[in-house]
Design a protein. Structure first.
Length: 659
């Protein structure tokens, strides 16, 4: 299969990558030493074929910088001739990958993926060098390694992480096999001759309900406490333009030579002057110094970031690309207008938080639901960014949502996004942990139910007594899981914000919401030729649809099949007959569960408890949400228990009224 020879890193980044890399050189069968593979926004070459360092950051998709490719690091300790030969082979392979499309989720390799290929090729170079000690394979080249089944199998077997090595070798061979041998210069091994079948990738774990609820409550309550003081915090940030403001008296006298009659407030005095005493020392830690204030702002940003992850399902990199103006309103239905031009019925509006997508191959616009609590968190971040932008001397509209507060400490601070570790290990999460963030034996049991193929007890990260190993991407899967199962997961103290979020997700992300989902994913099929959109199946809307419905089926069998009540109603009458067949042995209950689970996974079955028993209707039910139980009497999906009817109609009452 042949592919158009264009620099896929440049085209993958596209015009919307926010970095502005310029066009590289056009493909040549034999690139010279001055051939440019990457240029920055000023047209300066950052990756030249003949140089020993390639920097593809101008073409990166990630908000974070990627590591530069440094070829000399591969060949330390070998002779000049051998080293240069191996470097030349690595460069040639990377060059061919860059100028041949056909890999990656959208048909293109990204700059960060190219670096991963470089790392794997570096390990292969190290393997080749070691073979110099073997008289039978002395002087093995990289091309020889990639073209020999026996050599390559030994390389994979000798790798420190065999599973990971299999995955990368398989991917590398896949793309090399798609390049014509005439272009590549050698014939790489066919993957089918190697045992490169990947093991099951470990899914991101669902945070156990108890810990999930504790994190939700802690950070949501902290955000609600901080929100009214956002403008006060901004005012204090702006005061930091005066480098003596908030400094200790001794520092003001000795370092800044401030006269006694013009001394600035210390940090403790500044906190009172700006009306922050209510949250300092209560919601947030004390601020004894300017340096501590910078860390204090980071904590607020982390709290807001966590809340946004929690209720929106954004990935860490998606969050890193959020800009100051990231909240918008989208009209879903047009308002109904009468003959006089007045609105009879207002159109439905939904708040969106928008950034760019990860897997479309281009950094296209993408949106997520933004419930009130997310809008509140964004508002706090925006106000803080306004204060910090003042110190940086830039317009906040040109700033990221989370702007680094290091400017408070140093005028030489780099204008950039605040970065946090993607995990909670040794970070702010661990610093602010409470007892409910630590793992119990019950949590491990629950984890096993959400992923039966994984041995959590054998994983040191999930040891009883340890703090939960939080990572931001866990919020995404947990949100999809708990929102999908919000009608039957037992979270008695769940916040109203989460209930509202679950309701909106059901309305706009569910399988029967194809009208709305393209609004969020940026894939409107009406505007795509032949209806073949580059669907972004990484969006949480699709994850919400695919969330494992085990709790649905478990709750159904606990409430209905294991109940002694007589069942009535549309679905209830059918299930009552099925129960009798289970008792008589005509139906195997395990087979019934498996069949029901399959229907739930396909989105053809659902279950929620109701005041009268239960309901199997797929999708949201306005009558259920409003408590209109009379509608259940004629609903084909209703499961009505006689015991529930008796509870609602005690002797002397009919329909809840005394007669």
């Amino acid at each position: 299969m042949r592919y158009e020879k264009g620099n896929v890193l440049y085209f993958n980044a596209g015009k919307k990558n926010g970095i502005g890399g310029r066009l590289p050189d056009v493909y040549l069968p034999s690139p010279g030493s001055d051939f440019v593979l990457c240029r920055n926004k000023d047209g300066i070459a950052t990756a030249v074929y003949g140089e020993d360092e390639w920097d593809f950051n101008p073409y990166r998709l990630s908000a974070r910088k990627i590591t530069k490719i440094q070829f000399l690091l591969m060949v330390g300790g070998v002779g000049e001739e051998v080293g240069r030969h191996l470097i030349g082979e690595v460069k040639w392979i990377l060059y061919q990958i860059i100028y041949h499309s056909g890999s990656g989720r959208a048909g293109k390799t990204s700059a960060s993926t190219l670096y991963q290929y470089y790392v794997k090729l570096s390990q292969m170079v190290e393997f080749c060098i070691k073979q110099n000690k073997n008289e039978f394979t002395s002087g093995m080249s990289l091309f020889e390694l990639l073209g020999n089944v026996t050599y390559l199998a030994e390389f994979v077997r000798a790798s420190k992480s065999e599973a990971t090595s299999k995955k990368m070798v398989s991917s590398l061979l896949g793309i090399l096999r798609r390049i014509d041998v005439d272009d590549l210069g050698f014939s790489p091994v066919d993957r089918k001759y190697l045992n490169l079948k990947r093991g099951l990738d470990q899914q991101t774990p669902v945070i156990p309900a108890r810990i999930y609820l504790a994190i939700m409550q802690r950070y949501t309550l902290q955000l609600e406490a901080i929100y009214p003081y956002a403008e006060n915090i901004k005012g204090l940030i702006i005061e930091m333009e005066d480098r003596a403001y908030g400094a200790a008296i001794s520092t003001q006298l000795s370092q800044f030579s401030i006269p006694d009659d013009r001394l600035r407030p210390t940090m403790l005095e500044a906190i009172k002057l700006h009306g922050l005493s209510e949250i300092v020392g209560n919601v947030l830690p004390e601020i004894p110094t300017r340096a501590a204030f910078q860390g204090w702002i980071r904590k607020i940003q982390y709290i807001a970031k966590t809340v946004i992850h929690f209720y929106s399902g954004l990935r860490d990199q998606e969050f890193a690309r959020l800009q100051y103006d990231c909240i918008s309103q989208r009209e879903l239905d047009r308002p109904m207008i009468d003959s006089s031009g007045s609105a009879i019925d207002a159109g439905r509006m939904v708040s969106l938080i928008s950034t760019t997508t990860k897997f479309t191959g281009y950094k296209m616009e993408e949106s997520w639901l933004a419930p009130d609590v997310v809008c509140q968190a964004v508002s706090v971040c925006r106000v803080i960014t306004e204060g910090l932008s003042y110190l940086y001397g830039v317009d906040p509209k040109n700033s990221p949502l989370l702007l680094s507060p290091y400017i408070i400490r140093s005028m030489n601070a780099q204008f950039c996004t605040t970065s946090f570790s993607n995990t909670g290990h040794k970070g702010i999460f661990e610093d602010t942990a409470i007892a409910d963030f630590f793992i119990t034996s019950e949590d491990l049991i629950e984890l096993s139910e959400t992923d039966e193929n994984r041995d959590f007890k054998g994983d040191a990260k999930f040891t009883v007594g340890k703090i939960w190993p939080l990572a931001s991407h866990q919020f995404r899967r947990s949100l999809a899981f708990y929102a999908r199962n919000s009608g039957f997961v037992s979270l008695p103290s769940v916040t109203w914000q989460f209930k509202h979020t679950a309701r909106e997700m059901s309305q706009y992300y569910a399988r029967n919401s194809n009208i709305f989902l393209p609004i969020f994913t940026g894939n409107d099929l009406k505007n795509v030729p032949n209806k073949r959109a580059p669907a972004n199946y990484s969006h949480i809307g699709f994850e919400y649809q695919a969330a494992y419905p085990v709790t649905t089926v478990k709750k159904l069998f606990e409430d209905i099949f294991e109940s002694d009540s007589t069942l009535m109603g549309g679905t209830g009458s059918f299930i009552e007959k099925q129960k009798s067949k289970i008792v008589s042995g005509e139906i195997d209950i395990r087979a019934a569960k498996d069949e029901t689970l399959l229907l739930a996974k396909k989105g053809e079955f659902d279950y929620r408890a109701t005041l009268l028993g239960g309901c199997t209707k797929v999708g949201p039910c306005d009558d259920y949400l409003l408590g209109e139980i009379t509608a259940c009497l004629t609903c084909p999906g209703a499961i009505i228990k006689d015991t529930k009817v008796d509870e609602l109609n005690p002797p002397g009452f009919i329909g809840g009224f005394l007669v």
